[in-house]
Design a protein around this ligand. Structure first.
Ligand code: CA
Length: 437
């Protein structure tokens, strides 16, 4: 008998005997209840079996059969369930993927990005693209920040430059007008009908910035004149020295007789005090305006009680505004009295702030030089020159708080009995650097 036939036969018997599958905790058994009474395997001749075909002359009787299945077999149902879940998930995943593809297609149509054809790779590429875009934008932002800073700096510079330019422009225009009007004034004959108008007080105020402008139109007497150094500010009176060294000098300060007290407050020194024909301080605001509008030189004249007269000339003199504490800029020295304003490294009045007994801007940390020396001045810590000191009519003793010029002959030497020299006269005056007498 062939093996295939045996197999077919066995299957048929299994089916006929109605196997029952019973599950317990440990094993699964397949039992045939009726098989308990059956005999061992028998092979019998059965003529009745399939008589028509004549192919089944024997019948096989099998003994009772018990098959032990491994305990993992009970998972069959769970496996089935898992299979179902997996197939469900597969379907969901496919739906999901379709949806994602749809979205990606939509994105692509918006941004016109090339497709790689592989979904995972496409995502990676997209992320890389976004990353590089973010990096690019970030670096662009950084450089934009830098540019903004640079532009801001330039804007601040331009603002300053523009303010200075505008001031200079206005000053130049006024200077040109002054020149034109002055030359017209010179050409005008007595018949000139507009002469009266040109000489009106308003025009005069716009024209004469300092005493040199009066000198330029032929004024030769040392007198009080009205000047307008800065058209934006009001005019004021000054005393003009039209005799000393070619004339044209605007006088800032004079000491003659001690009639005026120079131990004064910040406010007094700011506004000016005294008598323009005798002793006075012109005023720090006015000195600022005069020295701001034109490049000025400074001349100092001194005379002691022995009748010695000497002078000091500085080729630049400028006093800043009140906000900058009237800081003084003093140029190079020339003259006979000695360079007391730049006396030494430790006593130098150049670039010092103004100090008064009630306003300490000096470089002396332990006190106020203005208070100690009874005056307002551009103190260092404290002085090698002070033309605003107390007026002594003769030699004096004690604190050196008189009018002082450190380079004066014999000034710094000791005197018998500790006496100190003073000055009979002192004068400070300015004139434009390019003035031609
Ligand atoms: Ca001080």
């Amino acid at each position: 008998m062939k093996l295939a036939n045996w197999y077919w036969l066995g299957s048929a018997v299994f089916a006929a005997s109605g196997f029952l599958v019973v599950a317990n905790n440990e094993t699964e058994e397949i039992k045939d209840e009726r098989a308990k009474e059956s005999c061992p395997v028998r092979l019998e001749s059965r003529g009745k079996c399939n008589e028509e075909g004549g192919e089944c002359p024997f019948q096989v009787s099998l003994p009772p059969l018990t098959i032990q299945l491994p305990k993992q077999f009970k998972k069959k149902k769970e496996v089935q369930n898992l299979k179902e879940i997996v197939s469900h998930l597969k379907k969901s995943c496919q739906d999901c993927k379709l949806q994602a593809d749809d979205n990606r297609d939509a994105d692509r149509s918006d941004q016109l990005l090339p497709s790689t054809g592989v979904p995972g790779q496409a995502d990676d590429n997209r992320v890389r693209e976004l990353e590089s875009e973010v990096n690019k934008l970030s670096s662009e932002l950084k450089s934009a920040k830098g540019e903004i800073n640079v532009l801001q700096g330039r804007l601040e510079k331009l603002n300053l430059v523009n303010m200075n330019n505008i001031e200079n422009y206005v000053d130049n225009k006024v200077a040109n007008l002054t020149f034109v009007v002055n030359s017209l004034d010179g050409k005008c004959s007595s018949k000139c009908p507009s002469q009266e108008q040109i000489q009106s007080p308003l025009v005069q105020h716009l024209i004469y910035k300092d005493c040199s402008d009066y000198y330029a139109i032929g004024k030769r007497s040392s007198e009080i004149y009205r000047v307008t150094p800065d058209p934006k500010n009001s005019s004021f009176d000054v005393f003009c020295d039209m005799e000393t060294m070619g004339g044209g000098w605007t006088v800032l300060q004079t000491r003659l007789d001690g009639s005026i007290n120079f131990n004064r407050t910040w406010q007094d020194y700011k506004a000016g005090f005294g008598n323009l024909r005798r002793e006075f301080w012109l005023g720090n605001d006015k000195i600022h305006l005069l020295t701001k509008s034109t490049d000025m030189i400074l001349r100092i004249d001194l005379e002691d009680f022995d009748g010695v007269k000497l002078y000091a000339l500085y080729d630049q003199f400028y006093v800043a505004n009140e906000f900058l504490k009237y800081r003084v800029h003093i140029g190079n020295y020339n003259g006979t009295a000695g360079d007391a304003l730049h006396f030494s490294k430790h006593y130098n009045h150049n670039l010092k702030f103004f100090t008064t007994p009630d306003r300490d801007n000096d470089r002396y940390p332990s006190g106020n030089c203005g208070h100690y020396y009874s005056s307002g001045w551009w103190f260092d810590a404290c002085l090698s020159a002070n033309l605003n000191g107390k007026y002594y009519h003769q030699k004096y003793r004690g604190i050196r708080n008189g009018i002082f010029w450190g380079t004066w002959p014999g000034m710094s030497e000791g005197h018998p009995g500790g006496y100190r020299s003073s000055f009979k006269e002192a004068k400070m005056m300015i004139r434009p650097k390019h003035f031609k007498p």
